[in-house]
Design a protein around this ligand. Structure first.
Ligand code: DGL
Length: 277
């Protein structure tokens, strides 16, 4: 058997600072149900979004080292904060194909905007890095980008505050300026924000298109596997691939929140000591 034939049965590795990456996994499972997946959630050190570039890079390097131990064929960095500040540097340290969530979100937003005014919301790390804006400008320097950190959206999503009045109040306050600048496209540049899609959409109105970077990344992962010949060959049974979950702290809490993020219960959660990587 050739190397590619062996490799295409290997799992896809996906990681995030915690549970958030499951919103990306959810789309991946829809598009690539037969693929085996190894998910690592760094719940012991979450959130990444308020941390420095140095710390996020150190954590991300360890997350990648852990996935490489599982002989994955592709690594998806589902975390916007890690994709923004660490991935460019870490990609250079490995030969394996790695995807971040920024570029897919950028390309979808540029394609979608009609008036050339795009909003981007994310964690402090993502917004502070300017990763979305600079990549949008590489494609089209004339586009106006309005970036805004919305850190409270992360705990709201994790606590299940997805349709509460408190969430509407915070969203209205955060997004006031986005209204004023007349964007027609808003990038949800954080793993957690798709859970608040309804609230954000109600607040922004139906003239503003919401771009889910995670959904776009799942599409790119699908195309990448086809393009590289690494798509798992169908065995004709259409069975669902094996999905294994690893976390750096209490698996029970991960399981509880994961149901909301993935939309289904999960099993096979293993706790690992990430400090050893
Ligand atoms: N996963 C992070 C992101 O997409 C959000 C949570 C965190 O700050 O770690 O930026």
């Amino acid at each position: 058997m050739s190397d590619t034939a062996n490799k295409n049965r290997a799992p896809i590795g996906i990681f995030d600072s915690g549970v958030g990456g499951l919103t990306v996994a959810r789309h991946l499972y829809k598009l690539l149900p037969e693929e085996d997946v190894v998910y690592f959630g760094d719940v012991g050190r979450t959130p990444y979004g308020g941390r420095s570039k140095e710390i996020i890079t150190r954590f991300t390097r360890q997350d990648i080292a852990f996935l490489l131990e599982h002989d994955v064929k592709l690594i998806i960095c589902a975390c916007n904060s890690a994709s923004s500040v660490a991935l460019d540097e870490l990609v250079k340290e490995h030969t394996i194909k790695m995807l971040g969530v920024i570029q897919p979100g950028v390309e979808a937003a540029v394609k979608r905007t009609g008036n050339g005014r795009i909003g981007v919301i994310g964690t402090n790390a993502t917004i502070g890095s300017n990763a979305y804006a600079s990549r949008i400008h590489l494609i089209d320097p004339k586009i106006k980008v309005f970036s805004l950190a919305c850190p409270l959206f992360v705990p709201l999503a994790e606590e299940g505050y997805i349709d509460k009045e408190a969430t509407y109040l915070i969203a209205r306050d955060y997004l006031k300026t986005m209204h004023e600048v007349g964007i027609d496209t808003l990038v949800l540049g954080c793993t957690h924000y798709p859970l608040l899609k309804q609230v954000i959409s109600d607040v922004m109105g139906d003239k503003v298109a919401l771009i889910d970077s995670g959904e776009e990344t799942a599409r790119v992962a699908h195309d990448t596997l086809i393009g590289t010949g690494l798509l798992r060959p169908s065995d004709g049974t259409e069975s669902t691939g094996e999905r294994r979950y690893f976390v750096s702290d209490v698996p029970e809490k991960f399981e509880h929140v994961a149901r909301k993020f993935l939309g289904e219960p999960i099993n096979k959660i293993t706790r690992v000591d990430i400090s050893g990587y």
